[in-house]
Design a protein around this ligand. Sequence first.
Ligand code: GDP
Ligand code: MG
Length: 181
Amino acid sequence: DAESTVTEHLYKVLVIGDTEVGKTSLVRRLVKNQYAEGYKISVGADFALKIINWDRNTVVRLHLWDIAGQERVRNLSRVYYQKAMGALVVYDITNDTTLGSALSWKCDLDNKLRLSNGKPIPAVLLANKCDQSRHSPSESSLLDKICNEKDFVGWFETSAKENINVKEAVNFLVRHILLSD
Ligand code: GDP
Ligand code: MG
């Protein structure tokens, strides 16, 4: 019967970017559909599981690795990156320096981890806190350019607060992970 043909995938997904950009809030929105202002979590890595019933034959389990409190290090160990299949690289649109940092995070990731074919693992750039300001067309063409140059599979404006594009961005990432797996 149909039940017996379901394939389950377990994928490790890294959530990286500077402190305060909203990584933990995005994970909480995705997994619990909750948002709490000023929510602070303790130091260490934080793990969350998101189960997606992708289609009739496919279940995807995302093991989300949120680098809680390790943002200052800026270069995590290879061991931390090991076996990740995708990444969400987050910046805060209200804080310009966090975009530059996001690109540094992406470089560090690509230096430490590659798919077996030598390509970078799929990574999506998240322009978070989009509830705070409207982006201009020039900003979106800049982000298009950055994605091209830095090998992101795409970018999304997101808001953990208002629940904008969080699911969409993750589904987009999963689509790319499934293609590269
Ligand atoms: P992290 O350090 O990257 O894990 O960031 P947090 O998830 O702890 O969020 C840092 C701060 O930004 C907290 O005060 C959050 O409430 C706030 N924040 C997170 N996401 C959003 C968002 O989408 N919109 C707004 N306005 N604030 C957000
Ligand atoms: Mg956090």
